[in-house]
Design a protein around this ligand. Sequence first.
Ligand SMILES: *Cc1c(COP(=O)(O)O)cnc(C)c1O
Length: 388
Amino acid sequence: MANKVIPYGKQSISQDDINAVIDVLKSDWLTQGPAVPAFESAIAEYCGAHYACATNSATSALHIACLALDVGKGDIVWTSPISFVASSNCALYCGAEVDFVDIDLETGNMSVAALKEKLTLAKQSQRLPKVVIPVHLAGQSCDMASINALAKEYGFKVIEDASHAIGAKYKDKPVGSCVYSDITVFSFHPVKIITSAEGGMAVTNCAELNKKMSRLRSHGITNIPEEMTESSHGPWYYQQLELGFNYRMTDMQAALGLSQLKQLDNFVSVRNDIATTYNYAFANSTVAHLTQSNECYSSYHLYIVRLTQCDEEKHKSVISGMREQGIIAHLHYIPIHLQPYYQALGFSDGDFPNAESYYKQAVTIPLHPTMTADEQKAVITAFFNLVN
Ligand SMILES: *Cc1c(COP(=O)(O)O)cnc(C)c1O
C-alpha cells in the first residue's frame, strides 16, 4: 500500500521555531547565552514554580535531582515499573538501590494503595525510601495529594517524572507547580509534548535545590562569590565545590524549546480532542483505555488502550498487524524490572503482577497534533479489524 506511515508520536515544528534557532546561530552565543535562562524563566512561570534548571535531557535532570536530594550509597529510591528505564537508572547513577511500587491497572500510574502497603512493610524492616519518583504515565498526573501526604508521614522526598506531562493539570494547577513534590522533571525529546531536540528541565520551589542542581549540571562549579570558600582571586576565578557534570542545554535547544512553549496549550488541546475521538470509538467495545481521574487534565502524550479480553498472542498480533499497515502501534512500557540489567540486580518475574499483566495488554496507538481526522479513522478501523 502507498499509504503514509502514521507514527505513534511526532514533533511539530513551525517556521517560527526554525527562525528562533537560526537567530541563535547568527548570535554570539551557541551555548551559555541568554536563551537558556529565558527558557527556564518561561517554564517556571508557566508551571507557577519558583525555579527551573535546564539540562541536556530529562535523564540528566533526574540524575541531578536525585543528587540534590542527597541520594547516595545506602539509600533506596522507589519508582514505577511501568516507565522508561531513565526513571530508575537515575538512582543507580547515584549508587543508591532501586525498588518499584506496582501500578494501578486502570490508570497505569503508581498505585497509592500499593505504595502505602510497601511503606508499612519498609518501616518495619527499616528500609524506607529516601526518594519516591512517581511517573505521570501518558500525561495524566499521579494522585499527588495522597503521595505527598505519605511523604510527610514517612519522611521521603518526591521527584515527579513528568516527562510525559508538561501542559497537564492536577487539581487545576499545572503539573510542575511542585505543590506536592520537591522537584518535577520534564523531557523535551521530540516524541514528547514540546521539544528542544534533546533537553530536559528540573523545576522546584526550593532555592537551595535549584542552586545545587544548577551547579551539578555544570561540573559542580560556581562563580558566585557568596558560594565560594575564600574570596575571589580575580575576574577569571571560579571554584569547583563538588563533582558535577556537563549536562548543560545549548542556546539553540533553549530557543527551540522557548518557541515551542508558545504552542504548548494548543498542542495539548488538540491532543485532548484526538483522545476524545478515540474515547468515543472505544466506548461500548471490548477495548479498555486508561481511565482519567476528574482531578486531572492530561497532556495526552500517549493514548494507551488495554486489550483485557485478548490473550498474549492476539495482543502481539494487533501491534504487529497495525505496523504491517504502516500504523506504528507501540507498547509503553516493558516493565523495568523485567529488563535483563534489572533481573541481574535481583528482580524477577512475578515481583510486580499488575505491571506484568498491564504489559500483556497495553497498546499505544498513534496520537500527535499533526495527525489528520482521516489518519485517525484509519487507525480506528485497522485496530478493530485486528481486535475483532
Ligand atoms: C522520555 C522519558 C525520560 C527520558 O527523557 P530524555 O529527555 O530522553 O532523557 C524519562 N522518563 C520518562 C517517563 C520518559 O518518557
